[in-house]
Design a protein around this ligand. Sequence first.
Ligand code: UDP
Length: 250
Amino acid sequence: MNTNQKLYEGKAKILYATDDADIILSVFKDDATAFNAQKRGTIRGKGEVNCAISTHLFRLLEAEGVRTHWIDTPSPTTMRVRTVTIVPLEVVVRNIAAGSLCRQTGLPVGTPLSPPLVEFYYKNDDLGDPLLTSDRIRILNLAAPSQVEQLQTLALQINNILTKFFDQCGITLVDFKLEFGLDGKQSLLLADEISPDTCRLWDQAETDPERRVMDKDRFRHDLGDVEGAYQRVLARVLGAPLRSPSASEV
Ligand code: UDP
């Protein structure tokens, strides 16, 4: 059991204080929620799988020059992360239309989006995480205009890195959600997690719209074999090279 002071318990993780105010522990849980926590359940082994996938992806992003909150992963479900003040925005990047974009606009699922779409949602469960405009972000004072611009640039940079990486795993990165935090110097760091809970991932080896799903949509829509799909994402992520071979290595 963790004897450190619990700072916050969210839907998928618990945060604990450490002796160092600049470092907190993020412990990944098996609990799963969907539709703003109206649907609840457990995905066996999810904590370990998501911690391992997030660790791998944060390490990849750091190697590519993206600053993240990740420090290290001292146990299978625990990350040590830098303390940040979370920006109350959910930054969603979409390469292919799915989910709320299709529900709200009527765009057919699977429509390619080029260039990718970057959207900002208000991280506020009571309001149901509504879609924001830049003027709404300004009126609510959720982030400065220059920060919004920086978030947009970072989100697209991260999308480039992750899209290429997942492609090497035989997985299409359909869309994903990012959260960012500010460190003591007011610099933006990528925070939270990147996992099948927060990404839509489609198996490139499958064409069937249900069979190809390797992410939380299996849980959301009762497609079955949620644990198996998460494990397969992990196996592919761990099996892929951390970077593309350069021309001289091929
Ligand atoms: N997402 C997330 N947390 C949220 C909302 C969305 O991780 O609170 C992820 C979701 O898994 C998907 C992407 O962000 O990969 C876009 O989600 P969308 O807006 O389509 O919402 P949904 O269809 O999941 O309601």
